[in-house]
Design a protein around this ligand. Structure first.
Ligand code: MF3
Ligand code: CO
Length: 261
């Protein structure tokens, strides 16, 4: 269903709090020498200990609770004991938690120590793309309002937008309609309705937009080997605006977009 009931929204908000807090835990673990496997295992334990579950496990055969994607891996990196973080890496951690049957979905790209200027700008601009996307989008607009603002901000900073992967509605299932493209025209896409919950997730490449999928069937990498970043939140559209349900309380945008009630 595109529009959620008040009772469903309560559960989605709780799932989003667990997702947000699991990301905070992941952030605290980002250090040179740790494997992405160990980060994922802690995320899984945290979700379970919080009374939730991790719907990525077993989703179309996916083997982990989170996707952890380093440098030129755009998304869907399978956590591995063989992937050890190094200084200068950027690491995207994508987490879905579910609570009493409802999902929250969010991603952050973290820096391991000091990263080069291109990566630093890429991480910053990818987050900005998300907030440019929601800045002017309201109930009654089309999803394309979000999509076109994301594309414009990425490309005007010299970066490119991955085309093959998109944001999505979210609720009982982690992927529902509508599709939320990260490119296109303001007049494209579904009309935004009151009490719609969607995951908006710009996936931005420092170089060219082309990608390929690893032989494991999951990991998505940039063709040109340049880095990529990802920033995602689950949001709720209401009559009075937009709430970002997976936003950290200490985020600079929290006062403007915090969940109400
Ligand atoms: N969290 C991803 C998204 O943003 C999907 C995860 S794919 C899975 O849509 F296989 F890990 F579930
Ligand atoms: Co998502």
């Amino acid at each position: 269903m595109l529009q959620k009931t008040p009772a469903e929204i309560v559960l989605i908000k709780k799932a989003c709090e667990i997702t947000r807090d699991a990301l905070k835990l992941a952030k605290s673990m980002i250090k040179e020498g740790i494997s992405t496997f160990d980060i994922d295992k802690s995320i899984e334990k945290f979700i379970i200990d919080s009374g939730g579950s991790a719907p990525c496990i077993g989703y179309m055969g996916y083997p982990a609770a989170s996707c952890i994607s380093v440098n030129d891996t755009v998304v869907h990196g399978i956590p591995s004991k063989d992937i050890i973080l190094k200084k200068g890496d950027i690491v995207s951690v994508d987490i879905v938690a579910s609570y009493k049957g409802y999902c929250g979905d969010a991603t952050r790209t973290f820096c391991v120590g000091k990263v080069d200027a291109e990566k630093e700008k890429l991480v910053r601009v990818t987050k900005e793309c998300f907030f440019k996307g929601i800045e002017n989008a309201r109930v009654g607009d089309r999803i394309g309002k979000i999509s076109s603002a994301i594309q414009h901000h990425a490309e005007s900073n010299g970066f490119s937008v991955v085309r093959e992967l998109t944001g999505h509605g979210i609720g009982k299932k982690m992927h529902e309609s509508p599709e939320v493209l990260n490119y296109g025209k303001e007049t494209d896409g579904a009309v935004i309705k009151e009490n719609m919950t969607i995951a908006i997730e710009p996936m931005i490449n420092a170089g060219k937009k082309e990608i390929y999928v690893l032989p494991d069937g999951w990991g998505v990498k940039t063709r040109d080997g340049k880095p990529a970043a990802h920033y995602e939140n689950t949001v709720l559209f209401t009559a009075s605006g937009v709430e970002v349900l997976t936003l950290e309380e200490d985020d600079e945008y929290y006062a403007k977009y915090r969940p109400k009630g």
